[in-house]
Design a binder for this molecule. Structure first.
Ligand code: 2Q2
Length: 321
């Protein structure tokens, strides 16, 4: 006669091994960068730590290079529950206007100024509105290199922007600002930019060097014009339903791994920034010095005109940091 205690012990062991085999939770994490990019290395660091610290109860599946869809599609998928995590920034302004502050042209003096905003009251206010309006929870942030304008003809002054067919991300503030600067901006998903440039549907785009490399734009763009027009950051976001639905111990594992991922990525960032210019020159790109003062003087009024009152209040708070 097998005792009841032995039966429950056997059941417990079976249950544990079942957990180990089939994870309780699977997190699908998609992002726009390729597998060599430090964003993907950071995501791999997160995956390893979450799977280890949860004893296999959480499995993380990574989808680089927009394999899970472009930024707007993934945001919608996370809201529907068919995806769980992504990297998102200023495009969130389509739901949460305060998210525009992640990438306001000429708003931040330097990295230190940006960090003060992100980790202070300004950042808290932005994160709160993102969660309230999108049901996404920012759980880590990465500083980004400055955005540079790439083209197939050198651009050194704002006057030379006239009529330039330029791709921008789905960011209304960018559309307004570049339009006022004289260019003809078209919002487009990052994954479509390479082909659009190849087919001359657009003549230029603007991005940090990291995504210029990651999207192989050096194959279809000749010049990096050092406009340095946006210093920004990006969030790692997870669906609020997904995060709230976890047992407390697993939610703690995810949040802790996110904070470790942020530290890990920021340790790679500086070195990566130093590497990128040489890497793009090796691939044939030419760096052009521009009249940065002229660009800033032309862009600033355009930016201020485009900001809503709630965005302007945050912009002013940032200037006073
Ligand atoms: O050009 C791009 O698509 C990216 O550099 C965007 O800045 C980024 O993906 C934003 O859309 C983030 O919300």
């Amino acid at each position: 006669m097998i005792s009841k205690t032995l039966i429950s012990a056997l059941m417990g062991a079976a249950l544990l091994s079942a957990h180990a085999a089939a994870a309780e939770i699977t997190l699908q994490f998609g992002h726009p960068a390729n597998e060599k990019n430090i964003w993907h290395q950071a995501a791999e660091h997160f995956k390893t730590q979450v799977e280890k610290d949860s004893g296999g109860r959480i499995k993380v599946q990574l989808y680089p290079s927009e394999q899970l869809g472009n930024e707007m599609d993934i945001i919608n998928s996370i809201q529907l529950g068919t995806a769980d995590m992504t990297l998102a920034g200023e495009s969130l302004q389509n739901w949460a206007p305060k998210a525009a502050m992640l990438a306001v042209p000429y708003a931040f003096r330097d990295s230190e100024h940006l960090r003060k905003a992100v980790e202070g009251k300004v950042g808290e206010e932005i994160k709160a509105q993102i969660t309230e309006r999108t049901n996404l929870v920012p759980i880590a942030w990465f500083e980004r290199g400055s955005r540079q304008l790439t083209t197939n003809r050198p651009i050194t002054t704002p006057e030379e922007l006239k009529g330039l067919r330029l791709r921008v991300p789905n960011v209304p503030l960018f559309v307004d600002t570049w339009q006022t600067m004289g260019a003809r901006p078209t919002p487009m998903a990052l994954g479509e930019v390479f082909t659009a440039l190849q087919q001359n549907v657009i003549e230029g785009q603007e991005n940090p060097l990291s995504l210029i490399e990651s999207s192989s734009l050096y194959e279809v763009q000749k010049y990096v014009n050092r406009t340095d027009h946006v210093r920004s950051w990006i969030y790692v976001v997870i669906g609020k339903k997904q995060l709230d639905g976890m047992p407390d111990d697993l939610r703690a594992v995810v949040l802790n791994a996110a904070s470790e991922m942020q530290t890990f990525e920021s340790g790679l960032f500086e070195k990566d920034q130093q590497r990128l210019e040489a890497s793009l020159k090796e691939r044939g790109m030419e760096f052009i010095d521009v009249d940065a003062e002229a660009f800033a003087n032309k862009a600033r009024p355009a930016v201020l005109e485009a900001l809503t009152s709630e965005q302007r209040a945050l912009f002013d708070a940032i200037q006073n940091l």
